[in-house]
Design a protein around this ligand. Structure first.
Ligand SMILES: C[S@@+](CC[C@H](N)C(=O)[O-])C[C@H]1O[C@@H](n2cnc3c(N)ncnc32)[C@H](O)[C@@H]1O
Length: 419
């Protein structure tokens, strides 16, 4: 099993270091901040708000920051409440209590704005998240990941550039609402308790600060109870009652009980190829193109184009020309993601409806796509090995008569400097 180590990133959220790859999964600047800035802030919520169901595909879910940030954001913004209670669809989906319904009825009849049908649940509004990753261990650990640590020390022995930590003052401390972790935990708890690898990570005392105390304690007690100590069953019952009752009530009150969470532990290419759904939002958070080209190929983007709804948005952190040219070739309209805090473009949004593009590609960006840097990865049958995909790509680049990106940048800056 892959060795990994958790560490606190500069915004107090937990990041993971993978010793097999000698690489980090999350920016040391802040795992949660990164998720917000690259996947949540660029979303056109006006468009999303009009939908009766929001379908999200979270590709490379890992420990779930992108999906969790989405839920956290809308919970913070009281979006859930508005989303589930717009004029058309009814308050009844939130307030089932008759007295309240009658009260509403009166108001609406007096105002002459709506008729009684608004109180029926004929339009179901919901949020469905489909999470995909090929590493089941990360999946099962995802509901335990704690965020919002107050004191952050620079991690030792990790390949992390400590200069990030010098900037940590600018970064606000963020926290994922515990309820969101509980929601995910509820969906996958039975698989977690059967997974020995995950249980051994959870029971490692060195890692306990990184995990939600309640959920970790609950699972470890549950397992202990079944394996060794029958007396713990009382404790388990208390725990279970507390956990389920307290959290479930809160899920209901916040409408998070209308969030559906599905997961697929598999290669994202086969999941997407077999998917017949249409998504409003697709998050693509794969390792960088030169490490994991199979999730950035023209063929993969063609499949993503197929499953994106006409007003949907695909979001990713990559600004690379190799990615953008594959997206455009697959039919997408592509724009920049602007990061206010850093005052620069830090991602890409790919859509079918050009009205959703807030920051179009610049003249420079378009020029870059025509250079060798714009030659994209190919994975004809969506089952190639990364090494083979890279080999083919290098060959195509070598034989290309296109201008090199270095030359292009040189000419571009030179021409710009001319009076
Ligand atoms: C940069 S991490 C994503 C971090 C994640 N979004 C999070 O919030 O923790 C990349 C993820 O891609 C997954 N991955 C790599 N190759 C994959 C593939 N072919 N299909 C699905 N997932 C893959 C890895 O297991 C890893 O979790």
């Amino acid at each position: 099993m892959t060795e990994f180590k958790p560490y606190f990133t500069a915004d107090g959220s937990t990041g993971l270091y993978n010793s097999d790859f000698n690489d980090i999964y999350h920016s040391a600047t802040g795992a949660l901040t990164e998720a917000y800035e690259k996947f949540i802030y660029p979303i056109n919520f006006e468009m999303i708000n009009k939908k009766n169901e929001i379908k999200i595909l979270d590709i490379c879910y890992g420990i779930g920051y992108n999906s969790k940030s989405f839920l956290n954001y809308i919970l913070d913004k009281k979006f859930l409440k508005n989303y589930f209670s717009d004029n058309k669809t009814s308050f009844a989906t939130i307030y089932t209590d008759n007295i309240f319904k009658n009260f509403l009825k009166k108001i609406h009849i007096n105002n002459n704005t709506c008729n009684e049908t608004i109180y029926t649940d004929n339009i179901l509004r919901k949020i469905s998240i489909t999470a995909v990753d090929n590493d089941e261990k990360l999946f099962f650990l995802s509901p335990f990941i704690k965020t919002g640590q107050r004191k952050i020390s620079v991690p030792k022995n990790l390949p992390i550039n400590s200069k990030f930590y010098n900037n940590s003052k600018q970064i606000s401390k963020r926290k994922i609402n515990k309820l969101i972790n509980f929601l995910i935990f509820e969906k996958i708890s039975s698989e977690i308790i059967q997974n020995k690898g995950v249980l051994s990570i959870l029971s490692n005392e060195n890692f306990k600060d990184y995990f939600e105390t309640d959920l970790r304690g609950y699972v470890l007690n549950l397992v202990k109870e079944h394996c060794t100590n029958p007396k713990l069953s009382n404790l388990h019952n208390i725990y279970y009652r507390y956990l389920s009752k307290c959290y479930k009530m809160q899920l209901k009150r916040t409408n998070l009980d209308k969030v559906y969470f599905n997961y697929k532990i598999d290669d994202a290419r086969s999941v997407v190829r077999d998917d017949k759904n249409e998504y409003n939002l697709i998050f693509l958070d794969a390792f960088s193109p030169n490490k994991c080209p199979c999730l950035w190929s023209y063929e993969f983007f063609t499949e993503l184009y197929r499953i994106l709804e006409k007003d949907g948005m695909l979001l990713t952190y990559s600004t690379s020309a190799v990615v953008r040219s594959a997206m455009i070739e697959a039919g997408f309209i592509v724009g920049n993601v602007y990061n206010e805090r850093l005052n620069k473009f830090t991602g890409t949004v790919a859509v079918k409806n050009s009205e959703l593009i807030k920051y179009p590609l610049t003249e420079f960006d378009f020029g870059l796509l025509k250079t060798r840097a714009g030659i994209f990865y190919r994975d004809k049958n969506l089952n190639g090995q990364n090494e083979a995909i890279i080999e083919l790509y290098n060959l195509e680049k070598k034989n290309s008569i296109r201008e090199s990106s270095t030359q292009y940048i040189k000419n571009y800056t030179h021409n710009k400097d001319l009076p």
